[in-house]
Design a protein around this ligand. Structure first.
Ligand code: NAD
Length: 342
């Protein structure tokens, strides 16, 4: 067995503290946290100490560290594209970039060019696309994606803070929201789609590959959306999210075709609670899949396998970029529909 790959984390906020550190702690024979960077240097120091890692407050310091083989980009969305290209330019061996990979088409093109030229594997932290129950059910669903006439993603979750506090001792309270003009309803809808609906897109594209049209869009209070998309052939997807909701959390992805149904139930983010449960129902009855590892563990192990030359990328960069552009088009389409209705 080769030496564990060194992981450097850019951003030491909730996703690093409550998702990636606990996940990586279960994978110590393959991956080891060696460096934590955050623009808040005291936060970087506190979080790095938990993993016995070095810390710094600039991207350059982390990228110059030879003990960092793989870079995890866990900063706010706006920095993802620049940090992916910087990690490629620094000659790092692999990148895990939190979703969304980018926030504009121009950024996506920049990433495609940089990572393509550098030949560096990039895994996007869309953990549901790596969930082992999702991977298993895809082998068995036959022509369900072509026959499904209705698809639905439903996300109803208590506040992230609750899960973060259950998964880790938050090192510092979340920073206050940035001052500035109050976001419009269209801004909030766009942010909700890029931040949350993005998780459903890799699944959704198997059923409605695009192009799709947003035929209905609404926001929900305090944070949520309801969208209806249709493809050229009239097939429909409904995407609904509401946060913070209350217990019980409910995160599902479903597809219906005549005589067949797929039902995926995902555990909330921030918990190491195993995979989703996938249930495929047809004339022969129900078949179910569930595994001990969750999507975060599988995405990290997969990246380690690709970097070590043991596997080809399950989701290549062109597919990840197409997923991101699909989410972006849905976000822009929904935002302009909402503006037209105002
Ligand atoms: N896959 C998932 O389940 C999941 C869950 C939560 C968040 N995320 C994603 O992870 C990313 C980070 O989210 P978060 O919840 O940790 O919150 P966040 O974005 O509020 O915090 C991230 C941290 O980044 C730091 N930061 C700010 N500018 C930086 C820079 N230029 N370089 C490095 N660090 C910088 C901040 O100080 C903060 O500590 C977001 O893109 C989000 O979409 C993914």
């Amino acid at each position: 067995m080769s030496k564990p790959l060194g992981v450097g984390l850019l951003g030491a906020g909730p996703v690093t503290q409550a998702i990636h550190l606990p996940t990586l702690a279960t994978l110590g024979d393959r991956l080891r946290v060696t460096h934590v960077m955050d623009v808040a240097s005291d936060l970087a120091a506190t979080v790095a100490a938990r993993a016995g890692a070095r810390h710094s407050s600039t991207v350059e310091e982390l990228l110059a560290d030879d003990a960092v083989d793989v870079v995890a980009i866990c900063s706010p969305h706006a920095f993802h594209a620049d940090q992916v290209t910087a990690a490629v330019a620094a000659g790092k061996r692999g990148i895990l970039c939190e979703k969304p990979l980018a926030t504009t088409k121009v950024e996506a093109e920049r990433i495609a060019q940089a990572a393509g030229e550098g030949g560096v594997p990039v895994v996007v932290g869309a953990m549901h696309a790596y969930d082992p129950a999702w991977i298993a059910v895809r082998e068995e669903w036959g022509d369900l994606p072509e026959r499904a006439h209705l698809v639905r993603s439903r996300i109803y979750l208590p506040g992230n803070d609750e899960f973060v506090a259950l998964a880790a001792d938050p090192a510092f309270p979340a920073p206050p929201p940035p001052a500035g003009p109050r976001p419009t309803a269209a801004d909030r809808l766009r942010a909700g789609i890029l931040g949350l609906a993005t998780h459903a897109v890799p699944q959704l594209r198997h059923f409605l590959p695009g192009p799709v049209r947003v035929v209905s869009a609404q926001t929900m209070t305090p944070f949520g959306y309801r969208l209806v998309l249709t493809g050229d052939d009239g097939r429909t997807a409904e995407l609904v999210a509401l946060m913070p909701g209350a217990w019980e959390p409910d995160w599902t992805f479903e597809a219906w075709a005549p005589g067949a149904r797929l039902h995926m139930t995902y555990p909330p983010s921030y918990v190491l609670a195993g995979s989703a449960t996938a249930t495929l129902t047809d004339v022969s009855g129900d078949r179910c899949w569930r595994f001990p590892a969750n999507g975060y563990q599988v995405e990290w192990l997969h990246l380690a396998d690709v970097v070590d030359g043991h596997a080809e990328p399950l989701i290549g960069l062109p597919i990840a970029i197409a997923d991101m552009l699909y989410a972006l088009e849905a976000a822009d389409g929904a935002a302009s529909l909402l503006e037209d209705q105002a």
